[in-house]
Design a protein around this ligand. Structure first.
Ligand code: NAP
Length: 515
């Protein structure tokens, strides 16, 4: 049974005063230890500065004095470097880090002087790529052979599948190991360290204070990813996309999992090639996925079975690995999220005069969809299913025509929208990214044309009230925000992920706070 993974805050401060302040902050932020990066200090007097830093530190300390040739800042000879590390050990450092290339020399220089309490980490960094499993295994053996107390291997992710090799190495290593894969594509290595048994993972005090590329903040590790709760049995869920850094999914789903005591974590998965991803992450531990741009259509082909609605729409935004046989099952929750939100908007606009129970309030309505991409398809298909008359307007008119033909509707160019008002009380749904942050002063349709609509929906949810929605409200329409669609599609995903009812109130509160 391995010890729980430790949380280490690196301090790359330029002065010892700032480092001492970082140490105090690391402790109050919940870290288990702090890494003192001596090579980042602007001026360094070993006797004076190490005595200052290591006298009653608020947390256990790891002292690192990284040379330039291994990715650090130190440019001098090894001898004074080793002397400083030796002094750090004498003064009570809990760990010192020394590079594999010089480990034998370092061990020879300290002979038997290592204090009992201090553990020596022997590290190897690869800033270009992640070697093969065999080469990683050989590297572990070489590091172990130096007499290291702890093995550290840091490599670079060229693709997210590289991380799987590091997970294998960590799981099978017989000695304590720190295995990290750097850069954004390696993030899950840092987030899932405690699932696979890594000795420690690094979390920064704030962005800009990283000691290596791709480190998350300690606050995110603790408060978003609930890292202290992650263990070998924790199921992994995540959002597959490119990019994914902006996604609110981790904030939302992790809090929702935690609120119902579901042993799972939801992580961002920056995926370049969907097929490669699923080939490598094929274990039942990787249990379910949200899927966003640009993978929603490819996801349809990857799945072993696809829900008929997702198949009809031609896009999958949710994938579940069925526990009974490991097959990948695809769904589309965008559809139900958007359509149910718009149906509720229509009920508000008609003061609940819509017949309840049977039939949809969309039935018989003229439903104008702007955009013919993934979201446009889901909305057009959904509205048609509910009995609406569908019209598609799109920048590329051919795509509008194609979608209109497919769902059974009409097509327009964007410019024709301005004077399009065959009837009053139409429904409008924007499914393009027009009006999305940072271009918040754009709208897909002139304000004067909005008076013909009774309900206006915008798939954009950043900002929550887009220019389109503000102008629609001023024109007297009931508005439905993309945030409502986002919350509802996420609630349905939660139900597919967990088999439990979604904690609606909590999910709403989180999205309102973080929108
Ligand atoms: P997509 O498949 O890439 O489709 C984008 C659509 O927007 C296309 O029809 C494209 O027209 C049009 N478009 C893009 N930029 C435009 C511009 N500057 N002027 C005019 N038309 C433009 O993307 P998607 O997956 O459908 O997503 C579209 C939007 O919906 C995004 O903002 C996304 O964030 C949002 N969304 C929200 C939710 C939610 O839960 N609220 C869920 C899914 C998507 P062309 O055909 O001419 O290229």
């Amino acid at each position: 049974m391995r010890e729980p993974t430790l949380l280490c805050v690196p301090s790359v401060a330029k002065s010892t005063d700032q480092m001492a302040a970082d140490m105090r902050l690391a402790r109050s932020n919940g870290a288990d230890l702090v890494e003192i990066r001596l090579d980042h200090l602007q001026s360094f007097d070993p006797q004076r500065d190490l005595r200052f830093l290591l006298k009653d530190p608020p947390l256990p300390t790891l002292v690192t004095y990284r040379p330039k040739w291994e990715g650090g800042e130190y440019e001098g000879d090894d001898e004074p470097r080793f002397e400083a590390l030796c002094l750090a050990m004498e003064l009570g450092a809990d760990y010192v880090d020394v590079e594999l290339k010089v480990a034998d020399k370092f061990f020879a220089s300290i002979s038997n002087k290592k204090p009992e309490k201090c553990k020596i980490i022997v590290s190897s960094h690869n800033y270009q790529f992640t070697p093969s499993l065999e080469d990683l295994g050989n590297l572990v053996a070489r590091i172990q052979a130096t007499g290291a107390d702890i093995v550290k291997i840091a490599t670079t992710a060229v693709d997210i599948s590289d991380v799987a090799r590091m997970f294998q190495i960590i799981v099978h290593c017989q000695v304590p190991i720190i295995g990290l894969v750097m850069k954004e594509r390696g993030l899950i290595c840092r987030l899932l360290c405690s699932k696979f048994g890594g000795y420690l993972t690094f979390g920064t005090l704030e962005s800009g204070k990283e000691s290596a590329p791709g480190q998350p903040s300690i606050s995110d590790l603790l408060n978003v990813y609930n890292i202290r709760q992650i263990g070998p049995d924790t199921k992994v869920f995540g959002i597959i996309g490119k990019p994914v850094g902006h996604s609110k999914g981790p904030i939302l789903h992790n809090a929702a999992f935690r609120s119902v005591g579901f042993n799972a974590v939801y992580v961002p998965l920056l995926v370049d090639n969907l097929a490669d991803f699923f080939n490598v992450y094929s274990s039942p531990d990787f249990a379910g996925f949200s899927c966003t741009i640009p993978h929603k259509e490819a996801a349809l082909k990857i799945c072993d079975e696809v829900d008929p609605i997702a198949k009809s729409i031609g896009a999958v935004n949710t994938i579940i690995r069925r526990p009974s046989d490991g097959k990948l099952i695809g769904y589309n929750t965008d559809y139900v999220g958007a359509i149910s939100a718009i149906e509720d908007g229509i009920k508000v606009s008609s003061h609940n005069a819509v017949k309840d129970g049977t039939g949809s309030p969309l039935a018989g309505k003229l439903f104008v969809v702007i955009g013919a991409g993934g979201a446009g398809k889901a909305l057009a298909y959904g509205a048609k299913q509910k009995g609406a008359k569908v019209v598609i307007a799109n920048r590329t008119v051919d795509r509008a025509r194609e979608l209109a033909r497919w769902v059974g509707g009409d097509a327009l160019s964007l410019s024709e929208l301005e004077n399009f008002h065959p009837e009053e009380g139409m429904i409008l749904a924007n499914t393009t990214s027009i009006g999305m942050h940072p271009k918040v002063d754009e709208s897909p349709i002139p304000k004067q044309a909005l008076r013909f609509y009774s309900v206006v929906f915008d798939a954009v949810y950043n900002p929550r009230m887009t220019k389109l929605l503000l102008e629609a409200e001023e024109s007297g329409a009931v508005v439905v925000s993309g945030l409502e669609m986002f919350i509802r599609q996420a609630m349905r995903q939660f139900e597919l992920f967990t088999g439990l009812p979604a904690p609606e109130q909590l999910m709403r509160e989180i999205m309102t706070k973080n929108a």
